[in-house]
Design a protein around this ligand. Structure first.
Ligand code: IMP
Length: 184
């Protein structure tokens, strides 16, 4: 069983579709360090959550990086979603010539002897809100002609930043489990 420390049920839904082991949500709000580096934020969060929970855990830190804004809101995506809302982000972005953006996610796993990070990114563009699935910025992020909010969880996972990071995490878990089986 894998413990996913997050307050976001949308992320848990996506992780459950992806990972080969059952995923349990642990609702602990770990403090986020201030950094421009999602990997550093996720690694610090995983370490803190492991100390709090006392069992191996993983966390996920993600953000929307808008090219015309030099990557903003990036690590500040949550704050900007709360204060401005995704429609105003889209309105601001629509004044720019370049509508390119990417989502990035880092999954970080921590136990008593390691902290491992797994990154994923997906390119897309900022569009008028469309679709009612997903969460967060999904309605304004279009990838290959459809927004993430127009995709099922399975379709989003197949192409998304989180899907890519979770896939690397799943490969690492499988290798580690194979290693411990042959060791013992
Ligand atoms: P955090 O990783 O939970 O800190 O999320 C940062 C911000 O990005 C929040 O506003 C989330 O709603 C948003 N976000 C994270 N992942 C996704 C996603 O897969 N789709 C849309 N928005 C996301």
């Amino acid at each position: 069983m894998l413990r996913f420390v997050t307050s976001n049920p949308g992320k848990v839904r996506e992780a459950r579709e992806y990972l080969p082991e059952p995923v349990e949500r642990v609702a602990y709000d770990y403090p986020e360090i201030q950094s421009e580096d999602l990997g550093a934020i996720a690694a610090a969060g995983a370490r803190d959550a492991f100390e709090e929970v006392g069992e191996p855990v993983f966390v996920d830190d993600a953000g929307l990086f808008i090219d015309a804004f030099d990557g903003f809101p990036g690590p500040y995506s949550s704050y900007v979603e709360d204060r401005l809302g995704i429609e105003r982000v889209r309105t601001l972005a629509s004044r720019e010539d370049d509508d390119a953006a990417s989502f990035r996610a880092v999954v970080a796993y921590a136990d008593d002897d390691t902290v491992e990070t797994f990154e994923g990114a997906v390119p897309g563009r900022i569009v008028a809100p469309c679709g009612d699935g997903g969460f967060g910025y999904d309605p304004i992020f279009e990838h290959r002609g459809r927004t993430f909010a127009e995709m099922s969880t399975e379709e989003k996972n197949a192409v998304s930043h989180r899907g890519r990071a979770l896939s690397k995490f799943a490969d690492w878990l499988a290798e580690r489990n194979d290693g411990s089986r042959s060791d013992g």
